[in-house]
Ligand binder design. Structure first.
Ligand code: ADP
Ligand code: MG
Length: 727
């Protein structure tokens, strides 16, 4: 086996950066080339059809069949013109990735071949959905599911080595109409926040017709050479190394962050950025991250639904492009122990339809009260529903990351910076609000909200939920996640909070009080009630864990108990009453999350056992034999014990460690069998978490020690120092 490792290392040494397939044209000439966006719709549709389509999109209505046919025809002509041969409904099932089933753009009419793509095929399809997770909603005897076009996300052409395919973003629901995907509830949550926020904005600005939630996800990832990746069964099976001793040099020199990008990596970045730009995905920034082998890219923010789609698409593109460069993309939250994991910071805000950012303090007092309204309501929503936010980011992978090296803790808190803290203090404590027109805010100092907030708020990187000047940044989200789940929760809880706020305001207004006074009084109470969630200190510290416990903030470090929040009576009420999920959908979804957790831990556990029994133990025994020869040889020369003591000690130490490994692997396997036999998925998840997973670190500890003792020539798995430092 060690042969594979050394072959891989040889291969890596001879790698050269690939020339990116980069066009000579300016970016403006091909950005969005492969997207059937508004501009292209306008070009390819008659003015009447275009107008009707835009209206349908904006009012969230169903597409008329006649209209659908015209749009389908235009889409077909546009995409065939660019070389597409097939089309597919592109959707996001609850596996976390994206799904496609391709159909060719032709049909046979007798002997004649016709180009064909009907409106009906654009609007709706019935893929056999039996192999997608449904949490018991869809029985195999009614295996059909429906996919239906989401016209708010534009169709695009996927260009791979295998050809070009027109992809139509769709929702995916069961035969009985229940959501089986990530997009359906997201669209509902976005509709909910639009409605709720618009009503609140109208307290300040009657003209506002719509509110749009915006999202800019920063994507962190690792890259490893594919030859080395292929020599690591743990990476192959589960995208995470289950063994591996820390290299002599890890990230302690802090020299990777923002350092110059390795040539092979830069060439990969150029390639995937180019592919992304053609698809209208505005990836703008790129840099090395803190850990060796870790990188980040971030797009310019967009409307949430589009941004979520684009992030899913981007992950897919990055994976494909990496392979072309003989690299493997690791989106796992914690591929390597002892160094940083990867997250996906979700920068989130709300914007009016005329582009005013509601989380950006304005110049006028009125705008500042509006800012404070949205700011304080968001904080309150996070305080009330912290458990749901925690649930929304729970996954087997993220469990390894949260609370580990430089990652946000599993405790949800909000960081707002010292200036805003002072401001909220003065707002809360100033008890006599006097009604004197604009002087009201003067008295509170709200009119002096400084514009330098931007520079002052982004200092604390340790918070899971931070205000960064003109947006909140949800940092606890995992790097491999489909970010629709956290976006469903965040937008729903803020919307719910805004609904409650508006009701309170209305009730007070009926008493004849002045609007500004009413708003300030309510916000003041909210601040008082939400105090506990605000934390400005070091979120990575042990003191915070203790302080949070005193404050009564939950610190749920593992997925199964975190997921339970979805099923609380408050959550059911929140989601069901607002039409985001039905009870059945919520239960099914949580079931799927439990199942996903079980599968991931199960795979890891199997990989650990296989590697330990088939590779590590035999390797160590081989080395022991070498040591035995050495000891016997030295002894036969009649030398004193001192001369072979080192070898003898190593022999004994290896034996002791092998015994522990064997025993623990056996016990872990028994625990796994026990868990597999439990009837309910939830029980199984808890059992895997509490009874199986603890063996991972104890087995690892022994194996990593062996890695240090056993002759390097014998060791089968590429080591951290070989995996992490790409050139
Ligand atoms: P950082 O300094 O946190 O590493 P950047 O400032 O480079 O990150 O990126 C922050 C992300 O926030 C970008 O994707 C950016 O487009 C996004 N962003 C900026 N303004 C908003 C907004 N109003 N709503 C949502 N996202 C935003
Ligand atoms: Mg950031």
């Amino acid at each position: 086996m060690a042969i594979l490792r050394f072959k891989a290392l040889e291969t890596v040494n001879s790698r050269k950066p690939l020339r990116p397939e980069f066009p000579k044209d300016r970016v403006t000439s091909y950005f969005g080339e492969y997207v059937f966006d508004k501009k292209k719709m306008k070009e390819h549709l008659s003015p009447e059809v275009f107008k009707a389509l835009i209206q349908t999109i904006e009012s969230n209505e169903r597409l008329e069949p006649g209209l659908a046919n015209s749009v389908a025809l235009a889409m077909k002509n546009w995409s065939i013109g660019l070389g597409a041969t097939h089309y597919t409904h592109w959707f996001q099932p609850l596996t976390g990735s994206t799904a496609e089933k391709h159909d060719a753009f032709f049909d046979l009419d007798g002997d004649e071949v016709l180009e064909k793509f009907h409106g009906s095929a654009l609007v709706q399809q019935e893929p056999d959905a039996s192999s997608f997770p449904s949490g018991g909603i869809r029985n195999t005897f009614e295996a059909r599911g429906y996919t239906a076009w989401d016209p708010t996300s534009p169709a695009f052409i996927m260009d791979t080595q295998g050809g070009k395919t027109l992809c139509i973003p769709t929702v995916f629901v069961s035969y009985t109409g229940e959501a089986l995907d990530n997009k359906t509830p997201l669209l509902k949550a976005l509709h909910f926040i639009d409605k709720a926020a618009t009503e609140v904005v109208q307290l300040f600005d009657k003209e506002c017709a719509r509110v749009i939630a915006t999202l800019g996800p920063e994507q962190e990832y690792f890259l490893v050479d594919s030859a080395l990746y292929n020599a690591r069964p743990d990476l192959l099976m589960g995208n995470r190394t289950v063994f591996g001793h820390s290299p002599a040099r890890g990230q302690q020199m802090e020299d990777h962050y923002f350092a110059s990008i390795p040539p092979r990596v830069q060439s990969f970045m150029m390639d995937f950025e180019f592919a992304a730009w053609r698809l209208g995905i505005p990836v703008r920034t790129r840099h090395n991250e803190v850990a060796p082998g870790q990188f980040e890219c971030a797009p310019t923010f967009a409307e949430v639904n589009l941004s979520v789609d684009q992030n899913s698409l981007l992950m897919d593109i990055m994976e494909r492009v990496a392979e072309r460069h003989d690299l493997r993309l690791l989106l796992h939250e914690k591929p390597f122990s002892g160094i940083n994991g990867s997250g996906k910071h979700n920068n989130w805000s709300l914007s009016t339809s005329n582009g005013k950012n509601l989380l950006s303090p304005g110049k006028k007092p009125k705008e500042n009260l509006q800012f404070l309204t949205f700011f304080v309501n968001t904080i309150k929503a996070v305080h009330v529903h912290a458990d749901l936010l925690r649930a929304s980011i729970a996954s087997a992978g993220n469990d390894h990351r949260l609370g580990a090296n430089e990652a946000p803790p599993a405790i949800i808190s909000v960081f707002i910076g010292s200036q805003l803290t002072e401001l909220l203090d003065s707002l809360e404590k100033n008890s006599n609000v006097i009604e004197k027109g604009d002087n009201l805010y003067l008295k509170l100092g709200i009119d002096k909200l400084p514009e330098i907030l931007l520079d002052n708020t982004d200092r604390n990187r340790t918070s899971p939920f931070a205000f960064t000047g003109n947006k909140f940044e949800f940092r606890a989200v995992g790097s491999s996640a489909n970010i629709s789940a956290p976006m469903v929760v965040l937008n729903t809880i803020v919307a719910q909070q805004l609904v409650e706020f508006k009701a309170e305001v209305d009730a007070e207004l009926e008493k004849g009080l002045k609007k500004e006074v009413v708003i300030v009084n309510i916000l003041r109470r909210y601040i008082r009630e939400s105090r506990n969630i605000l934390f400005e200190g070091n979120g990575y510290s042990q003191e915070w864990v203790e302080e949070a416990a005193k404050r009564g903030l939950p610190n749920i470090t593992t997925t199964p108990p975190a997921l339970k929040a979805y099923l609380s009576s408050e959550s059911r009420k929140l989601f069901v009453e607002n039409g985001i999920f039905t009870e059945r959908e919520l239960e099914a979804r949580t079931e799927i999350y439990f199942e996903d957790y079980v599968k991931k831990i199960q795979i890891e556990s199997r990989v650990i056992a296989d590697l330990a029994l088939n590779q590590i133990i035999p390797t160590a025994v081989n080395y022991q034999n070498k040591l035995i020869q050495n000891v016997q040889g030295l002894k036969s020369l009649g030398l004193e014990e001192n001369s072979y003591k080192a070898s003898l000690d190593a022999l004994i130490e290896i034996s002791e460690r092998l015994v522990v490994i064997k025993t623990e692997v056996r016990e872990m396997t028994t625990a796994r069998k026990f868990a597999n036999n439990l009837e309910h998925m939830e029980e199984r998840a808890f059992s895997y978490c509490d009874k199986v997973k603890p063996y991972f670190s104890t087995i690892r500890k022994q194996v990593d020690k062996l890695e240090l003792i056993v002759d390097d020539e014998f060791w089968p798995l590429p080591k951290y120092r070989e995996l992490l430092f790409l050139k």
